[in-house]
Ligand binder design. Structure first.
Ligand code: GDP
Length: 193
């Protein structure tokens, strides 16, 4: 299947400001996990989603259109160490509100750093998604950073940390283009009517 042809629609600070959609997938993960790079990779674009140079400054929900009524949402990254707890709570509430109430949501892609993940916050996010029965797919990023000799062990570690089987996880590298074709196929299947 071809890349996901994303067109930027808008950024919103509130869930209520998102345009209506029929079918949507969302991408979430802690800051620096490689979310912007991955969105650019599966859209086959270079600067559609902006890689974050100033962590924590703008916390926006970005929405992209694939075709009318079919959308991809980039949720703000969680887990910046340097922001006050009150701000963290606001982000949490915004993300949770979106995930619980967006009726058109088909799938949440949960990005986990393939080299160092899952973090405590990733595990919290996965537990929360499970307890709320929200469909989600774990995607391990930066697979190129794991040495070939360490890959089998890392795959098991990461999946166990997520309470999943190794085969449940999609491994990708945005910088080397590994696993992107398969991810594109999955995204098309989640967005299909
Ligand atoms: P975001 O904060 O989750 O949007 O993450 P970014 O896409 O901005 O990436 C964070 C950092 O990880 C940047 O320095 C990227 O160059 C790097 N990065 C992202 N994807 C990959 C990858 O597949 N492989 C490697 N080696 N580095 C990556």
């Amino acid at each position: 299947m071809p890349p996901i042809p994303l067109r930027f629609l808008k950024s919103a600070t509130r869930v209520d400001d998102l345009p209506e959609s029929d079918r949507e997938v969302a991408v979430v993960g802690r800051s620096n996990v490689g979310k912007s790079s991955l969105i650019n990779a599966f859209a086959n674009r270079t600067r559609l989603a902006h890689t974050s140079k100033t962590p924590g400054r703008t916390q926006l929900i970005n929405i992209f259109e694939v075709e009318p009524g079919v959308t991809v949402v980039d949720l703000p990254g969680y887990g910046y160490a340097k922001v006050p707890n009150r701000v963290k709570q606001d982000w949490g509430q915004m993300i949770e509100g979106y995930l619980l109430h967006r009726d058109c949501l088909q799938m949440v892609m949960v990005l986990v750093d393939g080299e160092i993940g899952p973090t405590k916050l990733d595990v919290q996010m996965l537990d929360w998604l499970r307890s709320n029965e929200i469909p989600h797919q774990v995607i391990a990023t930066k697979s190129d950073k794991v040495k070939s000799s360490k890959k089998p062990k890392r795959r098991i570690e990461l999946s166990e940390g997520c309470n999943l089987e190794p085969g449940d996880i999609v491994w990708v590298s945005a910088s080397k283009g590994i696993g992107i074709d398969r991810l594109q196929d999955l995204i098309w299947s989640w967005l299909a009517p």
